[in-house]
Design a protein around this ligand. Sequence first.
Ligand SMILES: C[S@@+](CC[C@H](N)C(=O)[O-])C[C@H]1O[C@@H](n2cnc3c(N)ncnc32)[C@H](O)[C@@H]1O
Length: 245
Amino acid sequence: MSKNYEMRPLATATLAALLFIASSGCAGFRRASESDIEYWERRAREHGARSVLNLGHTAAELEEITRLQADILFPILRRHLRGHEKVVLDFGSGPGRFTPGLAAVVGGRAIGVDPIQSLLDLAPRAPGVEYKRIENGRIPLADRSVDVVWISLVLGTITEQSALRQSVAEVERVLRDGGLLFLVENTAERRDKRHFEFRPVEFYASIFPSIPMIQHVGDYYDFGERISVMVGRKMGGPASADKGP
Ligand SMILES: C[S@@+](CC[C@H](N)C(=O)[O-])C[C@H]1O[C@@H](n2cnc3c(N)ncnc32)[C@H](O)[C@@H]1O
């Protein structure tokens, strides 16, 4: 395991050190001529499942890093479930590091979606788990068909503003009224990279028109960069859904 990788329990907002992500210290950088998607296609081709990590990590670390992240994030997710959720969308699932675990957390189904087919091809098959490709920015699911949307370090990689707006609209479209958004993003105060934007919690809290009350519920740190966990509920749905995340 990398010397840079340290983790403590996520009990307060002072959590220290996890690992990962595609945002910090990556060896791969987007070329000026590449779109976001072209960049991810190349990155996936060159690095396989490891492409979703900070490329300072070795492929051998992927499993342990994923387990450590799940140990931080799944308990937070569980605390925000209401017990009736059956379908989770893993938006930007990449090689499905969390998708089977998400199905297990809700005791139902998880659907991983990503625009990069070669990453979806690497994803683990499991009961209750399926993967679908995002084409032309569209999530291939019906309106209001999922109870929870999980997004782990995806929106920061969408640097094109029109694509970000479309992703937000698609997430809101497929999430049922009163459904839960669980969002994990790098909110470090750093200068953006060509392939990754560092945006504050306030930015993410303001971009979902149908999810107006997004709360910042925790942080962990990766190489000193703050990774923030945010939750919110889509408006509408049963009265119980109005109590907040
Ligand atoms: C840092 S990786 C995170 C992958 C996965 N969520 C995880 O935590 O392992 C970013 C993912 O976002 C995907 N992605 C890039 N652009 C996207 C878009 N416009 N819509 C959905 N996913 C996108 C990439 O293909 C990649 O799988």
